[in-house]
Design a protein around this ligand. Structure first.
Ligand SMILES: N[C@@H](CCC[C@H](N)C(=O)O)C(=O)O
Length: 279
């Protein structure tokens, strides 16, 4: 019997999800890359593993691998799919689902309308949290990249994010600046790069060049990070709709760094499958 998996997505950010409690599965980076391939594999932006927890105050361990095989700390769209996977599969009957990630504890709530709300924790602005190699914490930084100076914000939501404000996401230089900033030497663990257009105080448009996956149709932690940085810059209110190429997320944050950020959005099943034995 081959490995059983589900294909799911959150606004087009797509995932292979594996119950690694009932099946043993510990992929190395090369295996993840092979499975992520959209021609020779299953095809996905991230692989999500459901594992037994290693601490007592959570129900599951939630592990995340980018398409390039790197294991990462957080994935917001994945968190919503993870919640639907464990609930719909009957791995829990709780609709409030605490999980353990490489970045700490997250709590996922399945709402009556099927959307999932995630307590994303507190944003961390200290440069060492990303890490970001700069002498002091600032709300805005000048970054030298590809022979120009761009203004960015930087925050960790468990995983690292940089954001630039653009006048229009349609002609934002995502393909040029995205990879250059992702691998910029001042971000020694690389970084996710958001390009944000403020439509008004309650609406932002966003494209994200993801670390280890390239531009995706949506990034939940990226949307959360963009809202937080724009809120810190005084450009948006406490509740914002973030429109990504794949659809909309609702993000809520009071602006108080001691308070958590909340993200709400959909999570969809696509199909279930089983790998051939050769895989
Ligand atoms: N798609 C995700 C983020 C996945 C991880 C990210 N690429 C990283 O390397 O930190 C989301 O929805 O948050």
């Amino acid at each position: 019997m081959g490995l059983k998996f589900a294909k799911m997505h959150g606004l087009g950010n797509d995932f292979m999800v594996v119950d690694a409690i009932s099946q043993s599965f510990a992929p190395d980076a090369q295996t993840v890359r092979r499975l992520a391939d959209r021609h020779f594999g299953v095809g996905f932006d991230q692989l999500l593993l459901v594992e037994k927890p290693t601490r007592e105050d959570v129900l599951f361990r939630y592990r995340i691998f980018n398409a390039d095989g790197s294991e990462v700390q957080n994935c917001g769209n994945g968190a919503r799919c993870f919640a639907r996977f464990v609930y719909d599969r009957g791995l829990t009957d709780q609709r409030e689902i605490p999980v353990e990630t490489a970045a700490g504890k997250l709590v996922l709530y399945i709402e009556d309308d099927g959307w999932v709300r995630v307590n994303m924790g507190q944003p961390r602005f200290a440069p060492h949290a990303l890490p970001f190699d700069v002498p002091t914490e600032q709300a805005r930084y000048d970054l030298e990249v590809l022979g120009q100076t761009v203004e960015i914000g930087a925050v960790s939501l468990g995983n690292p994010h940089a954001m630039l404000r653009v006048s229009s996401v349609n002609d934002a230089p995502v393909e040029q600046l995205g990879p250059a900033i992702e691998s910029h030497p001042q971000f020694p663990e690389r970084v996710n790069v958001g390009f944000a257009e403020v439509v008004d105080r309650q609406h932002v448009k966003l494209r994200v060049y993801e670390r280890g996956a390239g531009e995706t149709l949506a990034c939940g932690t990226g949307a959360t990070a963009a809202m937080v940085m724009l809120r810190r810059w005084g450009l948006v209110d406490d509740e914002v709709t973030v429109s990504l190429p794949g659809g909309d997320l609702r993000i809520r944050w009071s602006g108080d760094p001691q308070e958590p950020v909340w993200m709400s959005g959909p999570a969809e099943w696509v199909f279930t499958g089983e790998l051939c034995d050769a895989n």
